[in-house]
Design a protein around this ligand. Structure first.
Ligand SMILES: [Zn+2]
Ligand SMILES: [Zn+2]
Ligand SMILES: [Zn+2]
Length: 337
């Protein structure tokens, strides 16, 4: 089992691979040539190449004769393990705990070469509803504070398999990036008694220059101060704090706007590596006094972050991101694509 350790200065947790600590050669492959892919592909349907539990297999109701559309498998080398207890402990002045959590792989299509923007709206809706089902199920486990759903596309974005897939990692802590957003949203709500994301939506609608795509249920835009050029956020237009409250009609609209955004990125940036993250509401602790305004102050959203270059020393050291394209120009390119 790996170990979670806390940076005592800024409160950031890291996962330390205490189980199989790697020697320096582990880091060479990336620089010389990409590591060879695993053959045959463990995520293709013939057998379960991961050799782990199949958690879910979902068919596309629009295509009843087809085989399974989306599968959910337990990850083979999970970052965090489901079994065991947290055993929070002090290590001298520091804090650590066992790497308890869950790590699921969502196989987006049984076909090896079809990217999510090519699977069609019905299949995409099945995928988005599978996300909802798995998050709702994992939210029942009170050991987990947070469930991060993400997708890595392309090796530069950290993808381990060529086969289109996304992942859910359940963590016993709230990750720092998420905590910063939650704190920002809560502070704004305390001050204004309004959801900051709802206010951002109306500001973006009013300004208009950063909008990428929109439909009846969702707005996609380049944020005012993004971390990466061409970063896109997708938000439900009506306030909703938890993705698991997604309604069937919203699922269809989300499928179409997400497909549109992925196609636009692919078209204008020539299939860039990217990360997709779902920032959902954290799991509420079963305590009456815990975070009364969470349902009002947080608003789930998807962030699409193209990985266009590596961070340099200035960005690593300062956290100040540099954007060679203005968000307004980026939105213009995306809108017209
Ligand atoms: Zn495959
Ligand atoms: Zn809101
Ligand atoms: Zn976010």
């Amino acid at each position: 089992m790996h170990e979670l350790r806390k940076d005592i200065l800024i409160g950031r947790w890291v996962v330390v691979m205490t189980d199989h600590s790697k020697d320096p050669s582990y880091y060479f492959t990336d620089r010389r040539k990409p590591a060879p892919r695993i053959e045959p592909c463990p995520l293709c349907l013939q057998g379960n190449g991961l050799g782990t539990k199949e958690i879910l297999a979902v068919k596309n109701p629009d295509d009843p004769n087809a085989s399974v559309a989306v599968r959910v498998l337990a990850n083979k080398d999970p970052l965090l393990q489901v079994d065991g207890d947290l055993s929070r402990r002090g290590v001298g002045m520091y804090d650590a705990m066992n790497g308890i959590g869950a790590n699921e792989v969502i196989v987006e299509s049984v076909e090896h070469n079809i990217e999510p923007e090519e699977i069609g709206n019905g299949h995409m809706a099945v995928l988005l509803d599978t996300y909802r089902q798995r998050l709702a199920d994992l939210q029942k486990d009170t050991r987990f504070r947070y469930l991060l759903l993400f997708k890595n596309h392309g090796r530069a974005a950290g993808s381990a398999y060529d086969h289109p897939h996304s992942q859910i990692v359940a963590t016993p802590i709230t990750p720092k990036t998420v905590r910063e957003e939650l704190n920002g949203a809560r502070t704004y709500f305390k001050f204004k008694e309004r959801c900051i994301f709802c206010d951002i939506l109306s500001q973006e609608m009013k300004t208009g220059t950063r909008i990428v795509a929109e439909n009846i249920d969702f707005l996609a835009f380049v944020p005012f101060a993004p971390r990466s050029p061409f970063e896109i956020w997708i938000l439900p237009r009506r306030h909703q704090h938890n993705y698991t409250d997604l309604k069937p009609e919203q699922t269809g609209s989300l499928a179409s706007i997400l497909t549109a955004c992925l196609m636009k990125l692919k078209l204008i940036l020539k299939d860039p590596p990217y990360n997709l993250v779902l920032h959902n509401s954290p799991n509420k602790l079963p305590r009456v006094d815990h975070w009364q305004t969470l349902e009002d102050d947080f608003h789930w959203h998807i962030e699409l972050i193209p990985r266009l270059f590596r961070m340099d020393g200035f960005e690593w050291g300062s956290g100040l991101h540099i954007l060679p394209t203005t968000p307004e120009d980026a939105a213009g390119f995306l809108r017209r694509a």
